[in-house]
Design a protein around this ligand. Sequence first.
Ligand SMILES: [Zn+2]
Length: 281
Amino acid sequence: MNIKVIGHLDKNYIENTFNKTKRLIKIPRNLHIYFLENINLCYSIKLPRNIQKRLKIACSHKISFSFKYKNRGVIIIYMDKVLAKKEDSLIGLLLHEISHINQINKGVYKKVLEDFENIMGRNHQLFMKLKYEKRDLEWLFNDISTISILTLKDIYANNELVKNKLTKYLITYYKLEFDRKICPRPVFYGDLKKSAQYDLDLIRLVFEFELSLISVILPLYKTKRAHELVRYLSKCYESNINKVSKKCHELIILYFRDFKKKNFNKEFFNAVFRKVYSVLK
Ligand SMILES: [Zn+2]
């Protein structure tokens, strides 16, 4: 266990918050957590050369993240002004990232990637038959792949936290997250297919938005507190939330029917690609 604070941050606050987190979740062995005052400090972290390139790419996404190399778990936390004050939000974020490492240790993500590889070829072939610029289709396919893999990982990480009754912290953290990241982004739900003719990237935006909601709302769905988050989100997005849940109907049904079943990952990926395809076709 190793905590590094980089930049001008309140070390006491960070240590206290971590000690509280420690009582809530199993801390994986050989965990290194970096708390950064700002995003650019991410590039100053020194890791062995073979992992440094991967770290730099991850830094460029400008969000907190976690990964494993050899037997070491690494978590990078960006401490913005809100996290530096709101302890429960920081606990929620720490729980989320620690849960990611626990899923890696259980081999959950290895299976996610294997299952993705398994369904990728067929979906790619289908995609490339669509009548758009081939280059744009390749981009979109790659982006949808990345987004759906991340979504599935988040579903697993959050699901474990909900199972361990840590919902309260998760909701506090996500309220902050949605405030910061997605709210200001304009998402249009008009005639998607028509709009896609002019700008295929819009499709990526819409699905990124939907899936980021799905990764929180699905694991929370059966808890009493899901409504709290949905209410909060609908304030934020007005009518969008209903349209999202209508569009995601298939994924919601799939989750409740098949989560925990052997084929769930593959069915999840296929369902996402099917949805994107049906919009573009
Ligand atoms: Zn995550």
